[in-house]
Design a protein around this ligand. Structure first.
Ligand code: ATP
Ligand code: MG
Length: 282
């Protein structure tokens, strides 16, 4: 029996846009401290799956559990009841929606496929803004310019510097984010996600655009932060060297559908996976 703790569970997640089923009945588990890969050709539905987990989209059907609680659930209703092309219609009967900031508060952080740093800010400021956004509901808002707010800012600055030390960006803290080499910008993106104190980290193509050396560094970096920050990680990635080198379990999507899941060895030997990759444009 597998008695590892499940921290993220997707059940029958389907996301339909008009007539397009972008994610078709995805079932996926992430266990505590596991690094899980989500792969598939372009347009397979990987980012859409992330958007369903993080409250950006409300899935059309299915549920998402975070740390054992169902926090997202939906079923086809209204016009979608008739146009729904996915499976398991009737299985889910509740609607539970959640906004992205609430998902962050539940300990889930993400990075984006395209780097989304604040270009005119330093490395340190980028991390501080992420921390601040996470605390925006606190009593001491940005507009409350009291001594308390300044004390809070000082504490935040120290916490941000601490974090930068752990992710090898301390020496760059006063550099403009855009002046960093590309690989380090990707690290900064991850540092910003870490600034919200996540237990679950979702990485959308962290090695995109990296050269072999940079992706090798990134792979080691992801392993290191998993240990250091006690994280469970779900990672979308096209660099197979990275995926096969670091993921303990891999899920494969093709045209929204889940075509395989297993260990790196199992995935590499799976005929449906080989066909999906060789048959596509990639
Ligand atoms: N908001 C939306 N409205 C309509 N269609 C969408 C929307 N978001 C995604 N799609 C469609 O869903 C499908 C899956 O897109 P998605 O971005 O999830 O793919 P992906 O696997 O992340 O691809 P890539 O590897 O290129 O990033 C695509 O056909 C896309 O056009
Ligand atoms: Mg994508």
């Amino acid at each position: 029996m597998d008695n590892r703790q499940v921290v993220l569970k997707l059940s029958d997640i389907t996301m339909q846009f008009g007539g397009v089923v972008a994610v078709d009945n995805l079932n996926l588990l992430v266990h505590k401290n596991e690094i899980v890969g989500l792969i598939g050709p372009n347009g397979a539905g990987k980012t859409t799956a992330f958007n369903c987990i993080t409250g950006v989209y409300e899935p059309t059907n299915g549920s998402v559990e975070i740390n054992g609680d169902v926090v997202i659930e939906n079923y086809p209703k209204g016009k979608m009841k008739d146009t729904y092309k996915g499976r398991n219609q009737g299985k889910y009967t509740k609607t539970l929606a959640i906004l992205p900031d609430k998902v962050t508060k539940l300990g889930v952080a993400r990075t984006f496929q395209n780097i989304r740093l604040f270009k005119n800010m330093t490395v340190l400021e980028n991390v501080m803004v992420a921390m601040h956004m996470n605390q925006k509901a606190s009593v001491f808002g940005a507009t409350f310019r009291s001594r308390l707010a300044r004390t809070e800012e000082k504490a935040m600055r120290e916490k941000a510097m601490e974090l930068l030390k752990k992710v090898d960006l301390y020496d760059n803290m006063n550099d403009l984010s855009t002046s960093l080499p590309y690989g380090k910008q990707r690290h900064l993106e991850i540092a910003r996600a870490l600034a919200t104190n996540p237990t679950i980290l979702l990485l959308d193509e962290p090695a995109a655009g990296m050269n072999p050396q940079e992706s090798d560094d990134l792979m080691k970096f992801v392993g290191r932060i998993r240990d250091e920050f006690d994280l469970s990680i779900l990672m979308i990635e096209h660099h197979m060297q990275v995926v096969m080198g670091i993921c303990e379990h891999i899920y494969v999507l093709n045209y929204g559908g889940q075509i395989a899941d297993g260990t790196p060895e199992e995935i590499q030997a799976n005929p449906a996976v080989i066909e999906a990759y060789l048959g596509g444009d990639d």
